[in-house]
Design a protein around this ligand. Structure first.
Ligand code: HEM
Length: 460
């Protein structure tokens, strides 16, 4: 008896191998790399083997295939060579770039600190840092009629939050210096990944020297904090993430985290947990400025629930529309529009054998606009996130935080942070787009606007 034929896969693998000239023309014509990738997806489909300059990478937009890579076929996909640059240059064996046993141990150790219960202790930091920014706005830029770059504002407040939460670093010159050094390191390592040719880091170019100095200053700073804590009794250590990581014993080995791993994870938390949230918030203000009926509903909700009271964790539960606005921003403007997974075993996708070593790019920006999943995908409609509508959608149709075991560790942290900041700011301020400005959305390692997001801040 012959075996039943394999069902025909719903998605076909297509190949696209543009010449260097075609690539250049298309990137220019589509307004940049993100536009180019969207065009590839629209013209070639949900699974494309993109061949550029002798390298091949799979662009994956189909939710079921994303689900396979991240969840069901997870044993065959991990962070391999695609993360070598970031691992070697910046984050070492910290949790974002670790793999195998090291990653499993770190994830197990850190997971309890990032549950909704675990992150509740950061709520006062979210509130106080937002208050401080709003005070500055009242004293300065609000109502002046002069546009401010809203990303800078959001970067400032989320940097302050993450440095408070991880290291208990107080605002002031130290915070500014650490912040700018880390931002420089993150930007440079992202550039290094995309540069076709770059000199090795031991060549003393001005940039390499600057990079090494910034790295040394930041890592010395984290080491110094660790040493200061070790010099005093443990019950006097501040209640922050660094202390949690320093005191918690790893189950299998019954040891605490080694100093180098503490340093790697200190850097990792800043790199992973600050710019992404800032970019989400920036696009949120832009989206609200373009959708006055959504803004009006949001204002009605925050005015009614928060009134003139100080926000509490309990009140957050009564702000469901505000949370739906945040989720809709993450759908249309995912701060990580694509990320990478490498095949660590041979696998089959859409009926086609995929050899071990093949890199893939789950393309959240495209999945989140998939017409088979999202009706009228470009429309900003927070009510898509009503529970009954959410339940209708396939798993991994939304992967702004990735999905599966390597889903963003900080998703609850960033959702609460974004939720509270949106509510607090919208209660007091209206943020308008600079008249006539049309943002040019582009991929820079994270999602941003090439021509910025100049906005006007007005008190309500
Ligand atoms: C809106 C804000 C955020 C977005 C859109 C976001 C998105 C993501 C995505 C897509 C990944 C998977 C990346 C990959 O696999 O290459 C990830 C991983 C991660 N994120 Fe976030 N993130 C956000 C905020 C945060 C915050 C606030 C923190 C920490 C406080 C954080 C910590 C992490 C960590 C530690 C990982 C690695 C998890 C692992 O591999 O086990 N993220 N994030």
């Amino acid at each position: 008896m012959s075996a039943a034929p394999e069902p025909t896969p719903r998605v076909a693998l297509r190949e696209y191998a543009p010449s260097a000239f075609e690539l250049m023309v298309n990137i220019r014509r589509e307004g940049g790399f993100l536009g180019f990738l969207l065009k590839v997806w629209r013209e070639h489909g949900d699974l494309v083997m993109l061949k550029i300059g002798g390298r091949s990478v799979l662009l994956v937009a189909d939710p079921d295939l994303v689900q396979h890579i991240n969840v069901t076929g997870r044993d065959k996909w991990d962070k391999g060579a695609s993360y070598d640059g970031l691992r070697d240059k910046l984050l070492g064996d910290g949790i974002v770039t670790a793999t195998g046993v090291s990653w499993r141990r770190q994830r197990k150790l850190m997971a309890p600190f990032f549950t909704p219960k675990g992150i509740a202790k950061y709520f006062p930091i979210f509130v106080a840092d937002t208050e401080r920014m709003m005070e500055r706005w009242r004293a300065g830029c609000a109502g002046t009629g002069k546009p401010v770059e809203i990303l800078d504002e959001m970067m400032g407040v989320t940097a302050s939050v993450i440095l408070h939460a991880v290291f208990s670093t107080e605002s002031g010159p130290t915070l500014d210096k650490v912040r700018h050094n880390i931002e420089f390191l993150v930007t440079e390592s992202a550039k290094g990944q995309s540069r076709p040719v770059s000199l090795p880091s031991w060549v003393p170019t001005p940039n390499n020297v600057k990079y090494k100095r910034a790295y040394r200053e930041v890592t010395d700073y984290i080491r110094e904090l660790i040493n200061q804590r070790q010099a005093i009794p443990q019950d006097q250590w501040p209640d922050d993430l660094l202390t949690d990581l320093m005191v918690t014993k790893e189950e299998e080995t019954n040891t605490t985290m080694a100093e180098q791993l503490l340093v790697d994870n200190g850097l990792t938390m800043f790199a992973a947990g600050h710019e992404t949230t800032a970019r989400t918030l920036s696009f949120l203000w832009y989206a609200l400025s373009q959708n006055p009926e959504v803004e009006a509903r949001l204002h009605a909700e925050v005015d009614e629930v928060l009134g003139d009271e100080a926000p509490t964790l309990e009140a957050m539960k009564q702000l469901p529309y505000t949370l739906r606005v945040v989720r809709e921003v993450l759908r249309l403007y995912p701060a990580a529009p694509l990320y990478a997974r490498d095949a660590i075993e041979d696998d089959v996708l859409a009926g086609v054998p995929i050899p071990k070593g093949t890199p893939s790019l789950p393309f959240a920006y495209a999945t989140h606009r998939h017409p088979a999943v999202w009706q009228d995908p470009e429309r900003f409609d927070p009510d898509r996130w009503l529970p009954e509508r959410e339940a209708e959608r396939p798993a991994s149709s939304f992967h702004a935080f990735a999905t599966g075991p390597r889903i963003c560790l900080g998703s609850h942290f960033s959702l609460l942070e974004t939720h509270i900041m949106t509510a607090m700011i919208a209660r007091r301020f209206r943020i308008r787009n600079k008249p006539g400005h049309v943002p040019h959305v582009e991929f820079f390692g994270t999602l941003g606007s090439k021509n910025g997001l100049p906005m006007l801040i007005e008190e309500r």
